[in-house]
Design a protein around this ligand. Structure first.
Ligand SMILES: Nc1ncnc2c1ncn2[C@@H]1O[C@H](COP(=O)(O)OP(=O)(O)OP(=O)(O)O)[C@@H](O)[C@H]1O
Length: 288
């Protein structure tokens, strides 16, 4: 087996400068996991707001450097990538998909422009026919074609369609890993499943692995192969998705599963804290 991605005891601290003092925020604490080339999978990171999911994603994408630990992609330490050429090669193989597809595309420019620019930058293509062929191929993987997208602006499409195009853009460089940070939270509820189903198709047809970051347990349960649950920077549970999400062991994971969380993060956090307190109280009442 060849290791695609390895997080080896990763920590990320931020120095917080207060009015009078400084403190350290441990955003990610001792996270370790790895993905294999030969076994493409949907690896999901679940947690509420502030649990360290995005920081972990940013480190995997090479946009943040771990405070300690090693993050390796295809055996190479990501923090050691220095040259522009090496960086471009890494970026082609590890592609991001972000939460808000409307922010991903400049509203004043047609969508095909971005797709062509990606093909030129990462595939080094110069000939327009080749650029268009690569773009069309990527769009076909998400159920679209260049003919449907050509000349259109982001405001002409729905969030769901636009997120599909964002997935197509990520596919153009032929990545081995996609890091999707809350990719469906701004998409209409009725279209969420179709986007996550797409991830499953990409895993199976293209052999691409996906790090799926979400606070949505239902899509996580439905598509994930493996899952880790993060809480305040710690991995509190890890393993096969159906086992972890179906039979959560940790009080926080159980609270997450049982909570039907409101969209307001403060209210969601309050509910989780209440449920954890009652779970702890129930555990304390258990004899032995
Ligand atoms: N650049 C930064 N400087 C200081 N603190 C940061 C920075 N980035 C993140 N943090 C803090 O690190 C913690 C983890 O944040 P992170 O964004 O990784 O969580 P998250 O689970 O992705 O939440 P969300 O879904 O809200 O993005 C939070 O307390 C956050 O405020």
């Amino acid at each position: 087996m060849t290791t695609l991605l390895e997080l080896d005891h990763i920590n990320k601290d931020y120095r917080i400068r207060g009015f009078l003092d400084r403190s350290t925020l441990h955003a990610v604490k001792d996270v370790s996991f790895s993905l294999e080339v030969e076994k493409p999978e949907i690896f999901t990171i679940v947690g509420e707001s502030g649990s360290g999911k995005t920081t972990t994603a940013r480190m995997i994408l090479g946009n943040e450097t771990p405070t300690s630990g090693h993050l390796r992609f295809m055996g190479e330490d990501v923090a050691a990538i220095r040259s522009r050429a090496e960086r471009l090669k890494f970026m082609a193989r590890v592609q991001p998909i972000f939460q808000n597809p409307f922010e991903a595309f400049n509203p004043l420019t047609t969508l095909d422009y971005f797709l062509f620019a990606t093909a030129k930058r990462f595939l080094g293509l110069k000939d327009q026919a080749n650029i268009e062929a690569a773009t069309d191929r990527a769009l076909n993987h998400v159920g679209l074609s260049l003919a449907e997208v050509r000349g259109r602006y982001s405001h002409e499409l729905s969030g769901g369609q636009l997120q599909r195009i964002a997935v197509a853009r990520a596919l153009i460089p032929e990545p081995k890993l996609i890091v999707a940070d809350e990719p469906v939270s701004m998409v209409d509820a009725s279209l969420r499943m179709s986007i996550v189903n797409l991830f499953r198709d990409l895993r199976d047809t293209l052999g691409v692995s996906i790090i799926y970051i979400t606070h949505d347990l239902s899509t996580a349960y439905y598509i994930s192969d493996r899952v880790i649950i993060m809480h305040r920077g710690d991995v509190v549970e890890a393993g096969d998705a159906k086992t972890v999400l179906g039979h959560p062991q940790h009080a926080y994971s159980r609270a997450l599963r049982e909570a039907v969380l409101p969209p307001d993060p403060v209210a969601a956090r309050r509910i989780i804290a209440q449920r954890m307190a009652s779970a702890k109280a129930a555990e304390a009442r258990q004899p032995g």
